[in-house]
Design a protein. Sequence first.
Length: 237
Amino acid sequence: MKKWFVAVLLLFFSLGGVWYGVKASDKGFFMPAELAGVKIMIDPGHGGEDGGASAENVIEKDITLNISHEVRKILERKGATVLMTREKEGDAVAEHAPSEKFHSNRSRKFADLKLRESMAIENDPDLFISVHVNAIPEERWRGAQVFYHPYGHPEGKQLATSIQDEMRNQLKNTDREAMKITGVYLLKKVPVPAVLVETGFLSNPEERKLLADKSYQKKVAAAIVDGIVKYEHAEEQ
């Protein structure tokens, strides 16, 4: 009887040690990742010869790519599957259809746009996030804003609102609300909730300096991801 009791005690403590070790080293084994099962396509705006907005030596295509890579890192840590329309300095055509030839920059830009659209259709992500940087002639404007297409996917507005809320609360550079826009082709054509994130204004000297800063780019990326998480949790309820 005594041997039996000792054996039970040893088994109890052994199992307790295993349980503690698993909890301490790999809680994810029991708790699913926050965005597990969610497929997200990130679209870094512009690329290659199409640099987008610029001011002094700061170019939109570089900032959008840096922020998009940061967004990808955080999303993957949260369990999401992430696709990108471009991962390098060039445009989507250079990366996915390098043998294509074009008679003008305009025709190449249109083909690049159509390629991004077809990538979104063929890969069938749950969400589509296009990352951009703004610029206008006046220096006084600053702050992030998220756009959706009123005739795009009906959930685009809610996704834009969730990301806008987080950018407003975390970056504290704007009091803007998510806004509808009709002139952005991809937001209308992509068949999933799609938004365009204007991360700030290169035309504002102070914000230009921030946008070129790696640590600030990480803050922008974190706000975008938190907005995505907020949207996904709202969808689950």
